[in-house]
Write a protein that binds this ligand. Sequence first.
Ligand SMILES: C[S@@+](CC[C@H](N)C(=O)[O-])C[C@H]1O[C@@H](n2cnc3c(N)ncnc32)[C@H](O)[C@@H]1O
Length: 265
Amino acid sequence: MRAETLTAEEAVRDTGWVFDNKTGDVSLESFVASGDDEVRRYLKIFGFPKGSTRDLSMVEIGSGIGRMTAGFTKRFRLVHAADVDAAFLERCRETVFHHGEPTVLRTLHVVDGRTLDLPNASVDLAFSYITLQHCGATDAQSLVSEALRVTKSGGLIALNFRTWTPLDAALVPLGGVVRVLWRAPKVAKHMARVRALTRLGWQANRLSPDDVLAGIGLDLIGSRLRDVTIIHSPRRRVRVSADGVKKLTVRRVHPSHWWLVARLA
Ligand SMILES: C[S@@+](CC[C@H](N)C(=O)[O-])C[C@H]1O[C@@H](n2cnc3c(N)ncnc32)[C@H](O)[C@@H]1O
């Protein structure tokens, strides 16, 4: 996707994984500061009081170049940063070295895009943000199952997805076209330089809470999975048909996002 020689800052600028769209020209420092702010905010939303994660381990599925990973390493005993892109993991190590706590970081290459090379019941938190919309729907569902598999009894999963918006009727099919064109190396080389195309190409799926819960197995709700909660913005209605699932609106959640949060029995 990118030349190996890019620095983390260049990768931030040149790839589609830039979230501070307002500036489009963000320094690594401010990129990580935005991640740190979100780590603090989301840990609070998920019910972790300040300082309560110091003895815990976690996996971040789709760490990217470590925007949030740096913040997690300052708060957890052990952080597995997992990503399909080995070059991003390289940058993630660099980011954590400069802005986090490198001694607690382990990187995990998700070679097949769908399985985590971690033992069963080995982490206290499986977390994923702005990632499960960027892989194929079956890979996303597989990563959800993996999150359940690797989380300890009593541990938490907190997984972020994107809802359908009217614009997606165009964005998702166009993203599919871009991904087909990426398969032609000569065309892909030129396309990789156009940030808007990269961003479009990664619009791979929109899974609803009903899709994800059905994929997990509705029989697990209330048995293997406790306190199943869908967190979303008050500005967007989110439909959940499954019984035994709570809905919680949180003002600072992005209107196009929703979260599946649940505790392993
Ligand atoms: C938009 S970035 C989000 C990075 C980070 N979570 C953040 O909020 O800054 C999405 C990341 O997901 C990764 N990704 C996409 N598909 C994946 C998959 N199937 N398995 C693991 N990582 C994946 C990409 O390589 C990219 O680093």
